[in-house]
Design a protein around this ligand. Sequence first.
Ligand SMILES: CCCCCCCCCCCCCC(=O)CC(=O)SCCNC(=O)CCNC(=O)[C@H](O)C(C)(C)COP(=O)(O)OP(=O)(O)OC[C@H]1O[C@@H](n2cnc3c(N)ncnc32)[C@H](O)[C@@H]1OP(=O)(O)O
Ligand code: NAI
Length: 259
Amino acid sequence: MASQLRLRSALALVTGAGSGIGRAVCERLACEGASVAACDLDAAAARETVRLLGSPESEEGAPGGKHAVFQADVSEARAVGRLLEQVQARFSRPPSVVVSCAGITRDEFLLHMSEEDWDRVVAVNLKGIFLVTQAAAQALVASGRHGSIINISSIIGKVGNLGQTNYAASKAGVIGLTQTVAKELGRHGIRCNSVLPGFIATPMTQKVPQKVIDKVTGMIPMGHMGSPEDVANVVAFLASEDSGYITGASVEVTGGLFM
Ligand SMILES: CCCCCCCCCCCCCC(=O)CC(=O)SCCNC(=O)CCNC(=O)[C@H](O)C(C)(C)COP(=O)(O)OP(=O)(O)OC[C@H]1O[C@@H](n2cnc3c(N)ncnc32)[C@H](O)[C@@H]1OP(=O)(O)O
Ligand SMILES: NC(=O)C1=CN([C@@H]2O[C@H](COP(=O)(O)OP(=O)(O)OC[C@H]3O[C@@H](n4cnc5c(N)ncnc54)[C@H](O)[C@@H]3O)[C@@H](O)[C@H]2O)C=CC1
């Protein structure tokens, strides 16, 4: 019962909030009492997420509501700077929980991958997390507040994957970034951890060829794909004081895939 409101004093910024894992994270953190700043490139999708959060004060655009919607491209420095300014203006404080879920794939074998597809995936998945983490950390340190930063990497960042040189590199980079941030910010009471999901049923994996889905599902010790809620459960733990002595960790949520 205690875990149900362990985030009642938290303001959580979630990027990629408009779909899949990010939407599930928003729902779980709100369920545990957090106010949610739901950010996405797709503002309409983020608005739908906030609508789903259901508290009466979360009516879209309700001034002073418990939750709020923000639109930003996390790969753009100016957009991320504006995002943190807008969140602090709306809630009068920096987010104490920051969950970077925004991410894309542009899959292709190395021999045929375009520079553009390399650049875009790294810009969103890695540079985006750098920009959001830096802006949020600067605000927290300036205010003397503690915080928990959770970056969504992937098991692919650990083991690689056919057709994903760009994605694998970006997700491996997230792990290294997270460990370094943990080293630098621990003395400020700011924790930083990575979550490495496996094969999770979201719009992102719906694009995977069925023959590949069939191959990988048979490799998962638990025998099935994971759900966005499986990831959100772990994010909520890392966001809360129940993980208060955990930082720099990479937590795999994979059903045992590639353990
Ligand atoms: C030995 C089985 C190992 C299976 C491992 C699968 C790993 C997947 C777990 C992912 C967990 C985390 C996921 C995540 O973080 C979120 C995502 O990134 S979801 C997207 C994941 N993307 C992929 O896995 C890439 C899938 N492949 C493709 O999209 C296309 O193949 C690609 C665009 C790269 C190339 O298309 P095309 O030129 O049309 O070639 P084919 O599709 O016909 O493929 C040729 C051949 O290669 C096999 N193959 C392709 N990708 C994979 C792969 N990832 N793992 C294993 N095998 C792959 C494909 O089945 C074909 O085999 P044939 O025997 O020749 O039919
Ligand atoms: N689905 C899976 O199997 C796995 C997903 N992940 C990671 O989890 C995170 C969430 O993935 P899913 O929910 O599956 O994907 P999704 O495609 O359902 O959601 C991604 C969200 O990010 C948003 N987004 C994309 N580019 C953006 C940008 N530049 N700025 C702001 N928002 C942007 C999209 O609009 C979308 O709402 C991603 O980082 C992904 O790499 C990691 C491992 C496995």
